[in-house]
Structures are given as C-alpha cells and as structure tokens.
Design a protein around this ligand. Structure first.
Ligand code: ADP
Length: 579
C-alpha cells in the first residue's frame, strides 16, 4: 500500500508537462517523502552532487573521513529511532568501507540503508575496466538483509520504498541500494517523477503472537521454581519499555539485561540480577528471553554457564531464531511490544510470585557481589587503574542519566559494562553482537546527531585507533562528544616485550605515553591529560558542561588489563594453555 505524493510546488499543468527532473533530485525527494532528514556519508564520484543537493534541499548531511564510521553512525541512528539510518558512499572502495558497517548492522539487527554510487553496469558486467569497477550488488548480498539496484529514474521511488521496508520490517537489518552513476543524471518528466514517489505506509507492521503460544509460556512460568527474564537489545529496540516493565514487575521475576538493554529498566531496579549474573544463569529453571539470541554472548544457552537444566521461553520476531542453539519450550513469535502486552494481559494482577527461597538466594548473592565490587572500586591505586577510573564515570552517568554512553575496547568494554549503571533505555551503544572494535566515533557521532544530547565515548586506546580520525568530524560539527581514552600503552596492556630483544616492539604495544588529547586540539577541540580519579572527575564534568568536542587522555597503569579482556576462552593460545 502506498501513497502517491505531491512534493514539489504545483505549477500549471502546461508548465509541468514541459518540466523535467533527474535522478539526483528524485533520490532526495524519495528520502524526504519518507521523513528521512539526515544522511551520513562521504562524498566523491559519483555522489558529491547528491550530498550537495540533499543539503540544499534542507536535509542534514554529516560528512565523515571514512565510510565505515558514517555507516556505524547511520546504523546506531536506526537503532535509536526505528527508522533506517542512511549512509551514502562512493563506488568500489568507498562502498567496501561502508560494507563493514552494513554487515555489522545486519548482524546486530539495526535498520540502515547503505546507498552507494556505482560504475556503469555495461562496463562492469563485461569487466572492461571502468573507474572503480566493481559488482557491488553481488558483493553486498551476503552481508545485507536485502540488496537492490535501480536502473531507471522512474524506479527510484519504489527502490527506496523497498529498501526502507526491508530494513525495518520483521527482524531489522542492513539494506544495500545500488545507484549507478548514469541513473543519477537520467532525466525524467517531472509529473511522472512525482507520481513515482512512494511513501511507505506502516513500514514495520505489528506482528501479533498466536494466543496459544502465549498461553504455553504462561503455563510454563506458573510452574517455574527459579524463573529469570533476560532482556536483549531487541527488547530495547522495540521501545516497548512500559510493557516490559509491567511484565517484570507484575511477575516479580529477577531479570538480567544484556549490555545494550542496560537502562531499559534502571540498573538499580531491585529485580535486576546483574550483580548475580553467573548465579542466576546457572541456577534458573525457566528463562524468558526477550529480544536476545542464545549466541556466543550467552554461551549458546548450554554448558557450564547455564548449569542446571532449564526450559526457555523465547520472544522474537524471527521464527527462525527458535531452537537455534537449544530447544525452545515455549516460542512466542511476534513483535516484542505485542507479545509482552499479551503476556501482561494474561499475568493480570495476581500472578504467583517466584518462590521466596529463589528471590532470597538471588538477593543474597547480589549483595555479596555488590559489596566485593564496592571494595574494589573504593581502592585508589597509583597509577590509576580501570576500576578507580570507572568509579568516577559511574558517578557521572548517575548524575547525568540521559547522557549517551558509547563503549568499546577489551578490558575497557568489560569493566565499564559491569561497573557503569544505566538509567534510561537506548543510551548505551557498544561493540554488540560481533564484539567488534571500531564502532566508537561513528556511534558517538550518530548518537549525538540523533539525540542532540551529550555523549561519553569510553574507549580503550586500541579501540579508539580504528576511528580516531573522526575527531575532526566531531569538531567540524561541534558535537557534544567527550571521548575518554583509557590509555595503558597497548592492546590489552602495554607491558609486553619482544622476546628476541630486537628493535620492533611487541605486537600488542603502542607508543609509550602517547598524548591522544593533542589530537583533538589539532582540530580546535579541548584536550585533557589526566592521571588521577580526581583529575578525571574534574575534566569530565568540565567537558560535559562545555557541550564542546573534548578528549580526555586518561593514563592508567600499563600493566592493568588482561589478554583479550574476558574473552580468554576465544584466544586459541590462552585457551590451550588453560587446558
Ligand atoms: P543481545 O545481543 O542484546 O542479546 P541480540 O541482538 O542477540 O540481542 O538479539 C536481538 C533479537 O531481537 C534478534 O533475534 C531480533 O530478531 C529480535 N528483535 C529485534 N527487534 C524486534 C522486535 N521489534 N520484536 C521482536 N523481536 C525483535
């Protein structure tokens, strides 16, 4: 179903009949017809004029230094808004740079559309050697939820409509839209052009769960002795915040948020079992998964982590997700808002609460672990370490609950996730399903542009390196992004040595005592170099208050940090040594 739009000023039928427009204008008109107002990208042949035109027609064009980061910004904008984020790139190499972000978006179920200019079809298909020749459509297919190419100007409207619907309906993901250079300059009759535009109606229709699937889940929950709810980033994405809270509070079941679901309910909520994570995963008997996959981040739902035998209820929009790793006793397929609302209906106001022994055991474990953590955080070692620095950031986020937090690294990611409480939904953006490095500045820019609110980007020194040049972008657009680099002189830590005694440093080591704060100064931003929690506290507070682009080089103990963070089991050598 689609509306035919009138988006250009109406002139007389006669004038209109003679008027023409072109592919460039039609792409912009098609985006605007669907209320898309921002493009993240990087200009060059053949899309420079497209970017210029977008700006001239009132859209925001945020230009990056590398396409991957523009793509990450688009993807996180999509996650925050349920509208596909748009990334625009040039052909071949620019497209390939953007493809990493497209693949990451698809993997994380973030809606985005990568639009790339491409070389001439005839030459590409005959492999006659065009400028930046590449079969981009086929290259994109394995990494995208859908991929389309538009060859005729009159198909631009329908092409974009298909891309939007594919990105946001069902399980969201990345979509590729290929626009050959010739298409952009194609002229078309203005009236025909107008008629070809499509405004997508109900791009992500609700998908109601089957009533018997809801009943099956309720029956299972009624018999549970040690129930647990696990919230994933699908739950955060669905924006069903009220329904989810009602379900958790009415059933009284302890819950665990996955990292990007932190803040969906405040991490300080009394039913949060985060501080007893290992205990509840191992001991629970019925687990309700809401928008979370049983992938490597959850040890595939089996093994030691999961301890005692258990049964799963799984709520997901993708039927195929069920039984992906272990048998799902009660699958509920549908959109999370509708599924959880149906559960809440059935739960009513007198649902049997979980047995007291279970709640007591969870809260005892939680209190013991919180006390241990408080003792570790209270220490003030010199030099500063991850914990003493993160204690400061934890308090700052508590005082600024609407701040966006971007987080990547190995140890920096693991510790920050565990230590920093989140208070509001969709405020934490991190390495996600792949555990990928390089999302930092792209997500920070995407989050700042989309929300208009400040961002704290908490970065390992290694992770920051992947997107560091985007500091210029942050300064150019004067974004309120405060980047904090946990600088321990290397990947994981900075103390490794070259066993041969040769001139080259060890593979994990960076330049000692690097001053990342000087980088942002080169672009007019404000840099800080801090070595103590007090200095860090003062710098972050000043940075947030300024609303300016800032970077804090937080020097921490170079011996702090473990190999691969908490992923030692995935590192072949450490895993072999442990055996
Ligand atoms: P996490 O990494 O936080 O555990 P995942 O990315 O593994 O989360 O899982 C997210 C899940 O949420 C995916 O399986 C996806 O299909 C699902 N999902 C995303 N949006 C919705 C929605 N609106 N309704 C139902 N399920 C959704």
């Amino acid at each position: 179903m689609a509306d035919v739009l009138e988006i250009r000023p109406q002139e007389s039928a006669e004038e209109n009949a003679q008027q023409t427009t072109d592919g460039f204008h039609l792409v912009i008109d098609a985006l605007k017809a669907n209320d898309i107002d921002t493009i993240f990208g990087l200009v060059g042949i053949p899309i420079t004029d497209l970017a210029r035109l977008a700006q001239a027609e009132g859209m925001r064009f945020i230009g990056f230094r590398h396409e991957q980061h523009a793509g990450h910004a688009a993807a996180i904008a999509g996650y925050m808004t349920q509208k596909p984020g748009i990334c625009l790139t040039v052909s071949a190499p620019g497209f390939l740079n953007g493809l990493t972000a497209l693949a990451n978006a698809t993997t994380n179920c973030f809606p985005m559309i990568l639009i790339s200019g491409s070389s001439e079809r005839e030459i590409v298909d005959l492999q006659q050697g065009d400028y930046e020749e590449m079969d981009q459509l086929n290259a994109a297919k394995p990494y995208a939820k859908a991929a389309y190419r538009v060859l005729h100007a009159e198909d631009i409207g329908i092409g974009l409509a298909r891309a939007i619907r594919a990105a946001v309906s069902g399980r969201p993901g990345g979509v590729y839209l290929d626009l050959p250079a010739k298409l952009l300059s194609q002229t078309i009759d203005a009236v025909k052009a107008k008629q070809s535009l499509v405004r997508v109606i109900d791009a992500a229709p609700r998908q109601l769960p089957a009533p018997d699937s809801v009943k099956r889940a309720i029956d299972l929950l009624k018999g549970a002795k040690r129930p647990l709810v696990l919230l994933g980033k699908g739950a955060a994405y669905s924006q069903a915040d009220k329904e989810i809270r009602a379900f958790i509070e009415k059933t009284g079941i302890p819950y665990l948020p996955m990292s990007m679901a932190k803040g969906l309910l405040p991490d300080t909520h009394e039913q949060s079992a985060s501080a007893a994570r290992s205990f509840v995963l191992a001991e629970s008997d019925v687990v309700v998964l809401i928008g979370a996959r049983l992938n490597w981040l959850l040890s595939h739902g089996k093994g030691k982590t999961w301890g005692k035998p258990k049964q799963f209820v799984q709520i997901d929009i993708s039927a195929q997700e069920m039984d992906s790793n272990v048998a799902i006793a009660a699958p509920i397929v549908g959109d999370i808002g509708s599924c959880v609302a149906s559960l809440v209906d059935q739960v009513g106001d007198n649902f049997p609460q979980p047995p007291k022994e279970w709640l007591d055991a969870v809260s005892e474990k939680k209190n013991t672990n919180l006390q241990k953590m408080a003792a570790t955080l209270a220490k003030n070692p010199s030099p500063m370490n991850f914990h003493s620095a993160l204690r400061v950031l934890r308090d700052i986020v508590k005082a600024n609950p609407d701040i966006n937090v971007v987080n990547e690294g190995a140890n920096t990611l693991d510790y920050a996730r565990a230590i920093i409480d989140m208070y509001q939904p969709r405020k934490r953006f991190d390495s996600g399903t792949w555990g990928v490095m390089g999302i930092g500045m792209g997500f920070a820019i995407g989050a700042a542009v989309t929300s208009g609110k400040p961002v704290l980007a908490i970065e390992g020194d290694s992770a920051f390196g992947f997107s560091g040049m985007e500091l210029e972008t942050i300064c150019r657009y004067d974004l309120p992004v405060c980047t904090i680099i946990f600088n321990n002189n290397g990947v994981y830590r900075g103390t490794d040595v070259n066993p041969t005694g040769g001139k080259d440093v060890a593979p994990t080591v960076f330049v000692k005592d690097a001053r990342y704060d000087k980088m942002i100064e080169a672009f007019g931003g404000i840099g800080y170099n801090v070595t103590t929690p007090e200095e860090l506290d003062k710098a972050v507070k000043e940075a947030i208050a300024s609303g300016k682009p800032t970077l804090i080089n937080a020097v921490i103990d170079e011996a702090a940090g473990t190999e691969s963070g908490r992923l030692t089991n995935l590192n072949p050598q450490s895993a072999a040594m442990k055996k």
